[in-house]
Design a binder for this molecule. Structure first.
Ligand SMILES: [Fe+2]
Ligand SMILES: [Fe+2]
Length: 293
């Protein structure tokens, strides 16, 4: 499997396309009731990150094939790389600077705490709060040298036709699965209503953490973790034909979770030392003392 670590010149996207992506994100998923940011606020031509976001999606759509996913599952689901206490794992994650949040520069722990605190402030059950606190833990994949497009970004089913509701669908023309008749029909290798448990998703931090925690967290929490980046379903409903009744019920929770992930970001960093005891207690209540990565 090709592990893309360098970008050729013609793989670097022109700047105007990055604006289009920012505009698209705003138009697709603005916070209800909030005035949309002006275009000028998002047109920061001095930000070199803007070019790489589109390039990031191009690479994601090109290389996330069915075979690639199976290979990553075989490798990473052995969880044989590291074993850490939970808080040490959080601090390990925090050495990563996330590529997917270009607008506000918060570290990973701050994003997790803001997500969890927003859930807590709304009076949700403690396992929901804990879900907010750990939902991006799978991003440690980046720290094992994985390409960013195999850790973050919208996720989507592999083994069947790519929905045109996935961000930048045109980039799937570079994905070999688009030309493979086993995989390029509406159902591909799946059947109507087969249930998402039988569907392989593009590889990333969602599936990795789900597999780590599947014996420990309540079912709605597992759905939130496993499918929080599956925007083409939880926002666009474009894979309804693969869902079963249980998926449909559980996706209410995925949709409940998503606004906390997207809209809880605030430039004011939470005070980690004040919050740590509460979250250490929550971890102890639901999870084993160490996490195997
Ligand atoms: Fe995430
Ligand atoms: Fe997140």
């Amino acid at each position: 499997m090709k592990n893309e670590t360098t970008f050729s010149a013609d793989e670097i996207a022109p700047l105007h396309s990055i604006e289009q992506w920012e505009d698209d994100v705003l138009e697709r998923y603005p916070e209800p009731g909030e005035p949309a940011k002006t275009k000028e606020e998002f047109r920061n031509y001095d930000n070199p990150g803007r070019d790489t976001v589109r390039e990031f999606y191009r690479l994601n759509h090109k290389y996330q094939t069915y075979d690639f996913v199976i290979e990553k599952e075989k490798d990473f689901l052995q969880f044989n790389r590291k074993e850490l206490k939970w808080w040490d794992a959080m601090e390990f994650l925090n050495t990563l600077v996330d590529d997917s949040d270009p607008d506000i520069d918060l570290d990973q722990l701050q994003h997790l705490l803001q997500t969890a605190e927003a859930i807590r402030a709304d009076g949700h059950p403690d396992w929901f709060v804990l879900t907010g606190f750990i939902h991006d833990m799978g991003k440690v994949l980046c720290l094992f040298g994985e390409p960013q497009w195999a850790v973050v970004g919208d996720t989507f089913p592999v083994g069947c036709k790519h929905s045109d509701k996935i961000v930048y669908p045109e980039f799937f023309k570079d994905n070999p699965d688009s030309y493979d008749e086993r995989y390029n029909t509406k159902y591909g290798i799946y059947e109507h209503g087969c249930g998402l448990r039988n569907v392989h998703m593009s590889w990333g931090h969602d599936e990795y953490l789900y597999q780590m925690l599947k014996d420990y967290m309540p079912e709605p929490a597992l759905y939130m973790i496993r499918y929080h980046s599956f925007y083409s379903q939880h926002r666009e409903n474009s894979y309804d034909h693969l869902l079963d009744d249980h998926d449909r019920e559980m996706f209410d929770w995925v949709r409940k979770f998503n606004p906390y992930d997207l809209y809880s970001k605030s430039p004011k960093p939470p005070v980690v030392s004040e919050l740590r005891p509460y979250y250490e207690d929550l971890i102890a209540k639901y999870l084993p003392s160490t996490i195997k990565l």
